[in-house]
Design a protein around this ligand. Structure first.
Ligand SMILES: [Zn+2]
Length: 77
């Protein structure tokens, strides 16, 4: 039998908070504006650095990080 640890929460395996931390990290990576120069919206926003869509993405990233802090979860980026 391989050493799978299913059904052993908090025993060094994948705990719920680790899953959440990974989920939040994935969500943040997904929202992170990769290359704003590829976005015509961002290029047309001389004042703000980002277009509305990408600014909203940044707001979401902030929300994800705030949630992680609230839950005491450390998100590795
Ligand atoms: Zn943009």
């Amino acid at each position: 039998m391989p050493t799978t640890r299913a059904g052993a929460p908090g025993a060094g395996g994948t705990s719920g908070s680790q899953v959440l931390a990974q989920a939040l990290a994935d969500a943040i990576a997904y929202r992170e504006p990769g290359s704003p120069s590829d976005c015509t919206g961002c290029e047309n926003c001389p004042d703000a650095a980002l277009c509305d869509d990408h600014a909203a993405d940044l707001d979401l990233i902030d929300a994800y990080l705030a949630l992680a802090r609230e839950l005491g979860i450390e998100v590795e980026l």
